[in-house]
Design a protein around this ligand. Structure first.
Ligand SMILES: Nc1ncnc2c1ncn2[C@@H]1O[C@H](COP(=O)(O)OP(=O)(O)OP(=O)(O)O)[C@@H](O)[C@H]1O
Ligand SMILES: [Mg+2]
Length: 214
């Protein structure tokens, strides 16, 4: 498969289809048994372990369970990602408020994760994922723990991020989300691509599943 810069692609498929595995391959958290993986034309398949941070720096990640540091405030969670990347205190002071504003959480900077709603936690996680200006944002079931209202807000935010020039790869089995997006949809079944459509939809074969479970 090939994903172009600035695309917004949904990766769909039932549980165990291989969505997370695909994202882990892109991050080189998983090694392919065959095939090659390119990022911006550069073959990342054999990059030595010590250089992996160079790849990972170009990819932001967001997960279903947010993965915020509980002892750090919203601001500190975002700032920490810049510290780890070796950015200066001046850069941090300039960029973090901008990122928090982008995700609509100005005023909640000093809240700890337990003082944020699920939707707010995911917004901070997205701010953190974007803070080092990655080329690609990988979102693995980012709305999996959210209600429909918050889910819609997170999807809107991902579209906004995409509009600002970041490639977005969204793995989800949320049919509603995908079918409302009107963007490219790649469907996986048991580790294989079974469809790849512009303006695609996700319609899991409910009839088949029912038959199997009888
Ligand atoms: N490290 C691993 N080694 C071997 N098998 C694995 C490994 N990680 C995942 N798998 C298997 O690969 C398949 C795909 O898993 P994956 O986590 O990618 O599915 P998924 O599409 O993300 O599912 P879900 O919607 O439940 O998150 C599953 O059968 C899983 O058991
Ligand atoms: Mg998964």
């Amino acid at each position: 498969m090939r994903i172009e810069p600035k695309e917004f692609v949904s990766i769909v498929g039932t549980s165990g289809a291989g969505k997370t595995t695909l994202l882990r391959l892109l991050l080189r958290e998983e090694e392919p048994t065959s095939g090659r993986i390119f990022l911006d034309g550069f073959d990342i398949t054999d990059v030595p372990r010590r250089d992996l941070h160079r790849i990972r720096r170009r990819i932001g990640t967001v997960f279903q369970d947010y993965k915020l540091l509980p002892m750090k405030t919203a601001y500190e969670n975002v700032a920490f990602a810049m510290e780890v990347a070796g950015r200066t205190p001046e850069e941090i002071k300039e960029d973090v408020p901008q990122a928090i504003q982008l995700v609509g959480l100005t005023g909640k900077e000093n809240n700890f994760p337990h003082q944020l709603s699920g939707g707010e936690k995911q917004r901070i996680a997205i701010a953190r994922a974007l803070i080092n200006r990655p080329d690609v944002l990988l979102a693995d079931e980012p709305s999996g723990n959210l209600d429909p209202g918050n889910t819609a807000e997170i999807v809107k935010l991902l579209l906004k991020v995409n509009g600002l020039g970041t490639t977005v790869i969204l793995a989800t089995h949320d049919r509603e989300v995908v079918n409302n997006l009107g963007r490219r949809v790649i469907t996986f079944e048991q580790g294989h691509i079974t469809s790849d459509e512009e303006n695609g939809t996700y319609m899991p074969d409910i009839g088949k599943e029912k038959t199997q479970s009888v």
